[in-house]
Ligand binder design. Structure first.
Ligand SMILES: [Zn+2]
Length: 167
């Protein structure tokens, strides 16, 4: 790409999506001069569902905005992810059964003994986690990550409000 060079600043909440060298603050980015801002953001790895307000030189712009030379682009995070989740759940009222289905084959998960699954785990995983489940279909092993408690709280709240079957 050899189009205009812009400066891009991604909200701290979104920096896990972008390449490591763009996580510290504003960085220079050369665009192709034709792509929309939405496309530029996506191509960096930020899902558009996670991107909130977009600013060009401090002024709000749409995703269809085509960044021009020397523009300073800011990508904010969506304001309240939990509100967004509640909104989505309320609209589609999916059947909620968290942590009961295999994401690979949709098989049923069963609780697994740590000793039984330990040969399938990285050593660090084995050290850090205690609660495991294994797919009865394809034998894929699941474990509860460090952030699971927070996700579980969000899902549990949603289940309470919208119905469904809690794990
Ligand atoms: Zn499976």
């Amino acid at each position: 790409m050899n189009g205009p060079e812009i400066t891009l600043e991604v909200a701290p909440e979104l920096r896990l999506f972008v390449p490591h060298d763009r996580r510290q603050g504003p960085t220079a980015l050369t665009t192709d001069g034709a792509s929309t801002l939405g496309h530029v953001i996506e191509s960096l790895g930020v899902p558009l569902t996670e991107a909130g307000a977009l600013l060009a030189d401090g002024a709000p712009v749409a995703r269809s905005h085509i960044p021009g030379p020397d523009e300073h682009i800011e990508v904010r995070a969506v304001d309240r992810p939990q509100e967004q989740l509640r909104d989505v759940l309320g609209r589609f009222t999916p059947s909620l059964a968290p942590w009961t289905r295999c994401t690979a084959c949709n098989g049923t998960l069963a609780e697994a003994d740590k000793d039984t699954v330990s040969d399938q785990l990285e050593h660090g995983t084995q050290q850090a986690y205690d609660v495991f489940a294994q797919c009865t279909g394809c034998a894929r092993v699941y474990w509860r990550g460090a952030h699971h408690g927070h996700l579980e709280t969000i899902v549990a709240d949603a289940v309470r409000e919208f119905g469904g079957t809690a794990a």
